[in-house]
Ligand binder design. Sequence first.
Ligand code: HEC
Length: 498
Amino acid sequence: MKLFLKVVVALVLFGGGIYLGKVFFGRSKNIPAPVPSYFNGDGASASDSAAMGAGTVTGKIFEIKPGHSIQAAVGQANPGDLIRIYPGVYHETVYIDKDNISLQGVIENGEWPILDGEKKMNDAILYSGNGTLIENIKITNYKGNGIMGQAGNNYVIRNNWIVDTGVYGIFPQFGKNGLVERNILTGIEDAAIYIGMCDNVDVRFNEVYGNVAGIEIENSRHALVEYNYTHNNTGGILAFLTPGLPIKTCFDVIIRNNYVLNNNTKNFGAVGSTVSHIPKGTGVLIMAADDVTIENNIIMGNENSGITITDYTNAGVNHANDPESEPNADRITLLDNFMDKNGSDPIDEIKLLMKMKLSKKGLDIIAVGGGEGSCILNPDRYVTFGVDKYLTCKASDTHAVKTYLLAKPVAPRQTTVAEKGKMTYYGVCSGCHAYNTRLVGPPVVMVQAVYKSNPKGIVDFITNPVHKREDYPEMPPQNYLSPETRQAVAEYMLSITK
Ligand code: HEC
């Protein structure tokens, strides 16, 4: 018996030795394929991203090491393939125009694969395929976008580290059914996480700091923003209906369980951009969006105000050219939140309001402009302005909503060539070109004057731009777009009338 015990003990120790050895010394190179989602608790429905089709690897695995090209692997990959990127520095723009491609960084001994645009390249990763997964990649020094989606559905973007990538950090546009989680973003001069014209998206467990806008839900529907840590931006979390875009609504947004702290960074947005108007010290900002619920957040130390709810007029946004965008924030539901120490150094307009109210303590909540059907719970807990007309909310929580992800992947967006042109214009070109004002590039009217009925001339230019104007920077080449898309966007640019 004793001997038997000894054998057992020896076996256990030996087994343990092997186990320890594996963990500490002989690290297995057999890295698993991406897990559908780490978060399979009852907070969200079963394995969210598996249900989305992204990250399901059925094909080949490409192993990319420094000196290899990620884009070359994408070129060879087929739907269902996994591209693993090992630690090292890569200088490229990756464009994924196929379905079900997974890009997975391999982090070894704390070393990340780094996409570095050296402040010369515009975008790090662009995707238009469905079921795209992008995870574990450090992205830095780009001028345009860290990760941008153009009409790709069922996307998963997680665990990326995005530092100083220019205008936007993570920017899925026109996507349905997407998950953006556990990313860290800083140093972005517009919106760090920018959900633009999307439906059904969960944005959770991200940290965003030192950006102009932390998390922005723009012209999107069914968005759940929760468990994020947004601090030291100019504005923390925003839900906007921006006029002039092809999607004319922004509604059904839940902002809950987030930390929104000390968003007092001086606004460093590009002059003329929408976000350049955000006053520093903005915690949560709702502009012209409808059916927004704000619940259970900790909102503190934002010097302008904790929560701002406004229409276009009070935000100084001109929507005269777009009568289809309804200008008011309607049916805003303010459930219980923890708020304190907000509004200590607001903009002059708010200072004036505070004088009128004889309030010394800064404003936690300010609601200005039109709008109807809004409600608040326990308004006495906060210093408020403009919520006197709000009713008492009937609902006390949003527990019934676990996720806005759909149970099954949605079909790819069907787009005609003409729609592709329009989407590409708004997705890519409109960041630098506006109809009759100068942005980064010349106004569209000027381009139209040069090219009139010559779309091919535009195609040639954007494929391989030559520097023309002394007083403008060079335009980055758009040769990653398919020839068909280049033709479509050129035609669309020539057809614009406002
Ligand atoms: C990152 C900013 C940026 C993006 C994105 C961008 N452009 Fe430009 N574009 C510029 C700049 C800057 C110039 C002026 C370049 C010059 O004069 O050297 C320019 C110039 C042009 C011109 C004028 C060429 C000429 O011969 O006068 C055309 C046409 C054009 N862009 C089309 C497009 C299209 C189409 C897209 C979208 C697919 C696009 N641009 C995206 C910045 C951009």
